[in-house]
Write a protein that binds this ligand. Structure first.
Ligand code: ZN
Length: 312
């Protein structure tokens, strides 16, 4: 016998179907990492349900998919990856999980930079998988994020044509916010004298930021999130820091802070705080969205670079 609540649920379901697209089930989207997931949510709005495989404060480079990730990706209607060798495992996982549509590569069409292009040291070894020699951290230039948004909107329209107007409107609104953010970063960093625009980070993730906003990032030779720096590399970096009068050293949310702390102690350059490179913070942290992340990084950089004395 059907219970009253069951009948009511059935009636509601029928009603929802008859009222059309606005009440349709959301499109299931799986994105590789948190920054991309946020962009898809902005463009997709209520029409999408977004899951990310690599969560806040987690490292995408060394990510090991679990069997449950394969099942999750197999039931997705749209799979979005960064590309450029950053998340190749996502493309393999989509295939093995039974996803049959093309994987959307959000970075398609950007002007790529070589690894280390925005970095002072050109021979560091930062392994990002198969993206031979290309720096994958393209989202660190807000100009590139605009391209990501266009690619995501086109993919959503393709997967869900009934939502085209909504996706276009969301993309336009979000792009407006991104353009304002880009201008804000240019203006703030542009106000610093040239010799103040030098910082140290622990993994070489800011090449696009450096290139777009004219800031120089140095990182320890041979350092990636999976490698121990050599004593020689650290000593060389400290000499360079002093010579170039670098003002501040920053840690990243996905990296071990101990190396940065050691370099700071030995060089006298101050610890400038935490930058978010490859992952958002949780909602309780200062960088729960892409826009909040870029703004947090800007404010953290500005606070240190406008006040810190250079390395001695
Ligand atoms: Zn990285």
């Amino acid at each position: 016998m059907l219970s009253l609540s069951r009948i009511t649920a059935t009636l509601f379901a029928t009603f929802a179907l008859s009222t059309g697209a606005a009440h349709a089930a959301p499109i299931e989207v799986t994105a590789s990492f948190s920054i991309l997931g946020d962009m898809v949510r902005e463009v997709g709005g209520d029409r999408v349900n977004v899951q990310t495989l690599v969560g806040p404060d987690e490292d995408t480079h060394g990510f090991q998919p679990r069997p449950s990730d394969s099942r999750r990706i197999g039931s997705a209607q749209l799979v979005v990856a960064n590309g450029l060798g950053f998340d190749d495992w996502m493309i393999r996982l989509a295939r093995s999980g039974g996803y049959t549509r093309p994987v959307v590569i959000a970075s398609t069409g950007i002007d790529t930079l070589a690894k280390g292009a925005g970095d002072h040291d050109h021979d560091h070894d930062h392994d990002h998988g198969t993206g031979e020699g290309i720096d994958p951290h393209a989202w660190q230039d807000v100009g590139n994020a605009l391209r990501y948004v266009n690619n995501i909107a086109a993919a959503l329209i393709d997967a869900d044509p009934a939502g085209a107007d909504e996706y276009r409107a969301n993309a336009e609104r979000y792009s407006g916010q991104l353009k304002a953010l880009d201008a804000e970063i240019h203006k703030a960093l542009g106000s610093l004298p040239r010799e103040r625009r030098k910082v140290v980070t622990s993994h070489a993730a800011f090449g696009y930021f450096a290139h777009a906003y004219n800031v120089e990032f140095l990182s320890p030779v041979g350092v990636s999130n999976n490698a121990e720096p050599t004593a020689k590399g650290v000593a060389q970096l400290i000499r360079q820091l002093r010579k170039e009068k670098v003002a501040a050293i920053f840690v990243e949310n996905i990296s071990d802070p101990r190396l940065s702390e050691r370099i700071s102690a030995e060089s006298g350059a101050v610890m400038g705080g935490m930058l978010y490179s490859d992952a958002l913070s949780t909602t309780a942290g200062p960088a729960p969205t892409y826009i909040a992340m870029m703004r947090h990084n800007l404010h953290t950089l500005m606070a240190a670079l406008t006040s810190a004395p250079p390395a001695r």
